[in-house]
Write a protein that binds this ligand. Structure first.
Ligand code: KIV
Length: 256
């Protein structure tokens, strides 16, 4: 069974584990624990301090993905298509082909539903596996508030999820979606939903790795920090700087 079929078969059986990675060293650690590794365009804000993921270019995604590819042996590798690279089917196909060719990733992820249906359909018809992304869409959202409070919003997210399934996506990220809506969407489609800030009613979870280890100094309700890496880095760097200043490093052991 190929990786994508295996992933879909996990629905209603076992939860899917997913994280973002932007480089080889991190990817090689995550690979032992994750079903999916996403090279997310969140790298724009996390690594480059951009105000929005809209500033991320195709080239940036390709270069980071080439590094990540070197760290992955088992997980399914998905790459985000950045803003303005899939405005119509022709543009989407040209750029998705470029991403697949240059990075050797397994799939691409696009944000949106009905508006990008034709682009998604075109990629899938051309044998490019696609992951969907609904709920809060960082490339186009203005309010950055969780989704699913209003009836119309709930209906539109559910409708989009069914539409994406019909187009042939193998999974859908649900970002910042209210608990009961995440449950409803997950129960109405036959492909896995991967939640971020969307409760444990999804078929799997994804987090931004730098948030999970406490490297990215942000706080949000949905982020659980499993480590405080900033503290550990501070300690290591402080020890190094003390030793250099006291001429304790490099000692004989570290010299030729
Ligand atoms: O860009 C990203 O990292 C993402 C995840 C948060 C799902 O899209």
């Amino acid at each position: 069974m190929d990786k994508i079929k295996k992933l879909i078969a996990k629905k209603n059986k076992t939860k899917i584990v997913s994280l973002t990675a932007y480089s080889k060293n991190v990817a090689s650690i995550l690979d032992q624990h994750c079903d999916i590794i996403l090279v997310g365009d969140s790298l724009g804000s996390v690594l480059y301090d951009y105000k929005s993921t809209r500033e991320v270019s195709l080239n940036m995604m390709i270069e980071h993905s080439k590094s990540v590819r070197k760290g992955i042996k088992n997980s399914l590798m998905v790459v985000d298509m950045p803003y303005n690279t899939y405005r119509n089917p022709k543009e989407a196909l040209r750029n998705a082909k470029k991403i697949i060719l240059k990075t050797k990733c397994d799939a691409v992820k696009l944000e949106g539903g009905k508006k990008i249906y034709k682009s998604i359909q075109t990629l899938i018809k051309n044998k490019i596996p696609v992951m969907g992304h609904l709920g809060l869409l960082p490339q186009s959202d203005k309010s950055f508030k969780f989704k699913g409070k209003k009836k119309l919003e709930r209906e539109s997210i559910l409708k989009d999820a069914k539409l994406l399934e019909k187009a042939g996506v193998f999974s859908i990220v649900l970002e910042c979606v209210e608990t009961s809506l995440a449950k409803l969407v997950s129960s109405k489609i036959n492909i896995p939903t991967i939640g971020i800030g969307a409760s444990n009613n999804c078929d799997g979870q994804i987090l931004v790795f730098d948030d999970l280890i406490g490297l990215n100094p942000i706080n949000a309700r949905f982020i659980k920090k499993y480590a405080n890496i900033r503290k550990q880095i501070k300690k290591a760097v402080s020890n190094y700087s003390k030793e250099v200043r006291k001429v304790q490093f490099p000692s004989k052991k570290y010299s030729y």
